[in-house]
Design a protein around this ligand. Structure first.
Ligand SMILES: *[C@@H]1O[C@H](CO)[C@@H](O)[C@H](O)[C@H]1NC(C)=O
Ligand SMILES: *[C@@H]1O[C@H](CO)[C@@H](O)[C@H](O)[C@H]1NC(C)=O
Ligand SMILES: *[C@@H]1O[C@H](CO)[C@@H](O)[C@H](O)[C@H]1NC(C)=O
Ligand SMILES: *[C@@H]1O[C@H](CO)[C@@H](O)[C@H](O)[C@H]1NC(C)=O
Ligand SMILES: *[C@@H]1O[C@H](CO)[C@@H](O)[C@H](O)[C@H]1NC(C)=O
Length: 507
């Protein structure tokens, strides 16, 4: 446990992404918190989930699209739903799977299910290689750098292109169907990049909460944690101050054995804290909890990363009104606050600092991607944000990657491959972002051209627009979804009128 920083103090401050606050101090965690709704509570999510009905298929993909020495194939999983599809022209909405089980993304992308009928669309959910069931080398896929070598966004995009072409050729009635890429988070980045790299395959893309600019020198490294902090500041008086002050209170207590024991009891921890190292780990677990809450601060009861009440940060902040309490009182309140996140069901026996979110995400795979292409600098200063000051230390990050995976990150590659801020030559991409979502800081929020549409949803957390319609949705997300559908219809119309050209401008 102690030999690698990764597996000891480190944790992936994650979720759909690694937030590298403690880049050199992060660990891979999975979850097993109870996911059952409280008795008698049936969320609207669940009622709507009854709509979800798909068939599962597998497609033989080349393991390496870009070289010829490795000629074998693997089975890529994809899901199809054709209940509403108008064959011979009805569009294909193609979800560009991200780092996890595709069935879970399918379940959490209600927007596609909600609009399928109106658009007469076929729904396709394509799993990303190395996640879920789509493992190029089976159980060996993660065994070493050699086997992980084909885990890149470029390979994933090529998989999507091959699968799309296959569907258009082999699926009766699909030949004339325009394809629209849709994705959220890293999946949103892939949707945008799919349109950029394969404009002859997809007529347009909806990239929701896609931080395609969260790369070196494109946005300030502190923007992410500042947005998290703003969410807490705006959800209750004293809230972010309480959290800012809590780090020192933890330090104070964990400087003695008695304090470590007190903290372990007060937080109902499954495994007591025993050392300074455990204390660091505990703090990064707390940070990750606040970050996750910011991502899923949805206006209604939901279960994405964890089962949570409506506007969970407001609920959390009810416990954090008094920042200047003595250490123990302050930390008792912090415990009540994190319990909102970990124990909404009331079924949690103890808090496990090794886990912070759903087990449907592929943490190790994402960490490998962060250690190769997806290098997203993050930092905090403790002043404009409520976290402990932490610089972005590329060298330490790189050393950790080398130790963990035997590879070193290439911090400039994503910008070379995908254009960085220089994307004005592309077209028909919607970038939607939620004002509450920390990932919006690395998203495209400025006007570039009329056919690169930017939509901001001020009351939205992480890809709220891709979720099922809900009676508690704010007006802003309803408007965003309506606009998204309008653009999709426009792209479809343009291709139907003008099948040769798929890159017309929106008028
Ligand atoms: C805590 O979580 C880790 C990672 O999911 C798991 O391996 C471990 O068994 C859990 N511990 C307890 C006490 O639940
Ligand atoms: C997706 O939803 C279906 C229907 O509610 C459920 O049976 C299945 O377990 C869910 N899968 C995942 C991975 O969440
Ligand atoms: C931590 O200990 C120091 C020194 O005893 C004290 O001044 C401070 O108030 C304590 N708590 C916090 C949150 O700083
Ligand atoms: C979770 O909530 C239940 C019901 O309030 C409580 O009995 C239990 O102790 C809580 N678990 C933790 C870890 O605090
Ligand atoms: C973007 O690309 C164009 C054309 O290659 C070039 O003229 C321009 O300087 C680039 N802009 C940036 C910000 O790199």
């Amino acid at each position: 446990m102690a030999s690698s920083i990764f597996t000891s103090v480190t944790r992936l401050a994650v979720f759909i992404f690694v937030t590298s606050l403690v880049s050199c101090l992060q660990v891979i965690s999975a979850i097993n918190a109870p996911n059952l709704p409280r008795q008698g509570v049936v969320s609207s999510d669940q009622i709507l989930r009854n709509l979800i009905d798909y068939k599962t298929y597998y497609f033989d993909q080349k393991i390496d699209h870009f070289g010829f020495a490795e000629d074998s194939t693997f089975k890529q999983r994809y899901l199809l739903a054709d209940q509403h599809w108008h064959k011979d022209g009805g569009p294909i909405l193609f979800y560009t799977g991200n780092e996890g089980d595709i069935a879970w993304f399918c379940n959490n992308t209600g927007f596609m299910w909600d609009v399928a009928e109106e658009l007469g669309a076929l729904l396709v959910f394509a799993e990303h290689r190395y996640y879920g069931d789509s493992l190029p080398f089976g159980e060996q896929s993660y065994s070493d750098a050699k086997h992980l070598n084909f885990l890149t966004s470029e390979q994933a995009l090529a998989d999507f292109a091959m699968l799309t072409e296959h569907l258009k050729l082999d699926l009766p009635g699909a030949k004339h169907s325009p394809v629209i890429a849709i994705g959220g988070s890293y999946g949103g980045m892939l949707a945008a990049w799919f349109r950029m790299k394969y404009p002859h395959v997809v007529v347009g893309a909806l990239a929701s909460s896609a931080p395609i600019w969260q790369f070196k020198d494109l946005v300030p490294c502190d923007v992410f944690y500042k947005i998290v902090t703003d969410d807490f500041s705006e959800s209750g008086k004293g809230c972010s101050e309480s959290i800012r002050r809590s780090w020192k209170a933890v330090d104070n207590l964990t400087s003695t054995d008695g304090g470590l024991q007190w903290l372990s009891d007060a937080f109902h921890l499954c495994s007591p804290l025993k050392s300074k190292e455990d204390a660091l780990f505990f703090k990064s677990w707390l940070s990750e909890t606040w970050v996750n809450l910011a991502m899923v601060d949805y206006p209604y009861e939901a279960n994405f990363l964890q089962p949570l009440p409506a506007w969970p940060i407001q609920v959390v902040c009810k416990f954090l009104r008094e920042p200047s309490l003595p250490d123990k009182d302050l930390l008792q309140n912090i415990f009540q606050a994190v319990n909102v996140y970990y124990n909404h069901t009331g079924n949690t026996q103890c808090l496990n600092t090794s886990q912070t979110a759903t087990g449907n995400l592929g943490y190790i795979g994402w960490y490998y991607q962060a250690c190769t292409e997806m290098v997203m600098p993050m930092c905090s200063n403790g002043v404009s944000d409520m976290f402990e000051p932490q610089q972005w230390d590329f060298k330490a990050f790189s050393d950790d990657c080398s130790q963990q995976f035997g590879v070193r990150p290439r911090a400039d590659w994503a910008t070379t491959a995908y254009g960085g801020k220089n994307i004005s030559s592309h077209s028909n991409i919607i970038f939607s972002n939620g004002g509450l979502d920390p990932w919006s800081g690395g998203g495209v929020n400025v006007h570039i051209s009329d056919s690169l549409v930017t939509i901001v949803i001020p009351e939205g957390a992480h890809h709220l627009d891709l979720r099922f319609n809900n009676p508690f949705d704010p007006q802003s997300v309803l408007k965003a979804r309506a606009l998204e559908v309008q653009y999709m219809k426009q792209w479809i119309k343009e291709t139907t009128l003008n099948p040769g050209s798929q890159s017309n401008k929106i008028v």
